[in-house]
Design a protein. Structure first.
Length: 237
């Protein structure tokens, strides 16, 4: 990266195995996240096979793998199985199931077994505050706040993220994560806020070479691309 990112860890978000393998080699990528929707989009048919294949490459960086049941007891079983695959795994547990039932009691049960947990699909400050009631200061937990989706509703997500950062300031192993990243600027915003982690989609990671780029140069390149495309198309008036 051309621009220095001082305060935040960048995680690669996706389920494209070739890209995950490529970005694992990048020193600025500190971890990986994925979810069932991304796996489906990438054509993954076998959850366990894909996960174990990824773990053979991603050996010494964090990787978050999500449960996919809607039943709390079944989530518990899946979480224990997933956690058994590697010490670098954070098991992703949604803040609620599809019926709105809280999954935080399950989160507490898992962290009491020393399982690392990524609490996902968090949208509100109240949900962040509820998380604090169920975890301990030494818990290994990622608090994933879906900033992009919050912003899609016209609400500023930075207030919720800021609250999470303050709430867990003294929790050494609890990290606030900026999720559903929409644009490169979000990396700068999250970094300035001293957010711990930001997940960046694979498609967006390919654009990080524009960080710190001269706007004058970028403007000229854009004008040239329009001109070249018009010329190649053979447009005439």
């Amino acid at each position: 990266m051309k621009r220095s990112i001082k305060n935040i860890d960048i995680y690669c978000d996706g389920a494209d195995f070739a890209s995950m393998k490529k970005f694992y080699k990048m020193s600025y990528i500190k971890g990986f996240t994925t979810n069932p929707s991304l796996m489906k989009l990438s054509g993954i048919k076998n959850y366990e096979s894909f996960s174990k294949k990824a773990l053979k490459i991603i050996k010494n960086k964090s990787i978050s793998l999500e449960v996919f049941s809607d039943d709390i007891n079944e989530m518990d079983k899946q979480a224990n199985i997933i956690a058994s695959w590697g010490k670098n795994i954070y098991v992703k547990i949604p803040i609620t199931n599809t019926k709105g039932k809280s999954c935080l009691p399950l989160v507490k049960k898992l962290i009491d077994k020393n399982i690392k947990v990524n609490i996902t699909a968090i949208f509100t400050t109240k949900q962040v505050m509820d998380v604090k009631k169920y975890i301990k200061k030494d818990s290994h937990v990622i608090v994933s706040i879906f900033a992009g989706r919050i912003a899609d509703t016209g609400i500023d997500p930075t207030k919720t993220i800021s609250k999470s950062i303050k709430l867990f300031k003294d929790y050494k192993n609890v990290k606030t994560l900026w999720a559903s990243t929409r644009e490169i600027l979000n990396i700068i915003q999250a970094d300035r806020m001293k957010c711990d982690i930001i997940t960046v989609p694979i498609s967006m990671l390919k654009k990080t070479n524009t960080l710190g780029k001269s706007l004058e140069k970028f403007s000229l390149e854009t004008v040239k691309s329009f001109y070249d495309d018009a010329k190649k198309a053979g447009y005439k008036i």
